[in-house]
Write a protein that binds this ligand. Sequence first.
Ligand code: COA
Length: 532
Amino acid sequence: MTTLHASLRPSSPDFGDNLAVYAGLREQHARLRETAIAGGGEKARERHLARGKLPARTRVNALLDPGTPFMEIGQLAGHRLYEDPTPSAGIVTGVGMVSGTPCMVMANDATVKGGTYYPATIKKQIRAQAIARENGLVCIYLVDSGGAYLPMQEDIFPDEHHFGRIFRNIAEMSALGIKQVAAVMGSCTAGGAYIPAMCDETVIVKDHGTIFLGGPQLVRAATGAIVDAETLGGADVHTRLSGVADHYAANDRHALDIVRAIVGRPARHAAVAPPRPVREPLYSPEELPGLIPANAKHPIPAREILARLMDGSELHPYRERYGTTLICGTGSIGGYPVGVLINDGVLFRESAQKAANFIELCCQSAIPLVFLHNISGFMVGVEYEQGGIAKDGAKMVNAVATARVPKFSVIVGGSYGAGNYAMCGRAFGPRLMAMWPNARTSVMGGEQAATVLALVREEQLAAKGETLGNAEAFKQPIRDHYAAHGTAFHAASRLWVDAVIDPADTRQWLTLGLALAHGAPAQDTRFGIFRM
Ligand code: COA
């Protein structure tokens, strides 16, 4: 083991400048979180409370074991995506402990457009289910939703990853032995009715819970009959006559108690203690924001980050003297063994080869992988292309894609182009993925994109004997677009990542993810053909 020594300390001259810049990002993050947590605004909230219903986040808190953390997934999803505000995409999702069992909780927020499903709502719930499936987590659905957001039906109904996938996932997880529990605490209309109907066990709340394939409006439109919601599909009907629900609850809190009892019955997924003793790093993770350079073009020193993340600030480096722009090594985080890959410069052939070998070794020993992206991309140029950098990059991407040990991704700086793929970007199935508030991601940097597009346009115009004229006027909107669309907050609103996390919370966030993965069944890795 090598002990990592931090040299950039709070006494260093750069540190204070960095923190001043980071303070602005932290404030922006806090504001966005507040908006997300507030839900659908004061009026909708008052109406909800006046009906005697608990707000979605209060329901989640009341469900969880007191004093245990809630790892929220997709909190910033839906931010500025549609004309109407859709805070948290109208659904609260996250992992928490219920009756001593880690569960994926999904709670519709009826104050956001009646809890209806926008495209982002569906994407978020499917993502939550994917996390549950990979980690074998009991799923709890706290349902209070008007079903499909009808004006956008074509973006939520017919396609592979649209509404139907949620019901398919329930059936498949149930078949895998992953318990599915629903509590109907409000509306549950049309397709949405399949959530409680397909769950293993369902609770419904008196006076508030309703389940029907066609609501009163649709019945009237289709048959002319006028019927009230309670008669059509209330709690009494479903627990006494139809058998669509199993348990009759007097109110929200009673329903949550019943869910806790259901989850607590078998104690199948007991929390798993870390296999190694937990040792804090020698340098405080609170210092991490001070490493983020005030000038975003300057890289973040990789070893400085590891010194504040790894247990005991210890790393057992792999090929320390070879392919040095990618640091690979083993150690532990929160008592869980990990293989870490962190960029310390551009990816070269050697670093990519080293990474592919390192990933093979970690898979052989069933060690989870943690990717810390701080990468502008692979090295370009004649020498590197002729040397076959595409072939070596492909080896790394191949290893990342096929490795079946749990993978976690955190973008701490930039994550651009093929560098994003090689470092286990979203498409490569990390169990969880986060960005620091300063982090950015796009296919390439804004400056590079502006230059490439300007050169392409110049060539087109030259063929016609024309010139571009003011290249700056052409480039600036492209730079601006990349600047606005490459931020961590933009990525989180679209669920490209599961969370934006404060650097100081990275250790805790990774530890929770590693703990979940540690309790789930291991999968065997089978690599494909590596191009030699
Ligand atoms: N699609 C689009 N918008 C919907 C909607 C839907 N399925 N259901 C409700 N909304 C909108 C309402 O127009 C309203 O918008 P506004 O705030 O801009 O006025 C908002 O969501 C809240 O609805 P509202 O009826 O005022 O709230 P409520 O709490 O009294 O009732 C429902 C909520 C969901 C019970 C009720 O709106 C309803 O029955 N909706 C129809 C559900 C349905 O038939 N869905 C079929 C899906 S396939």
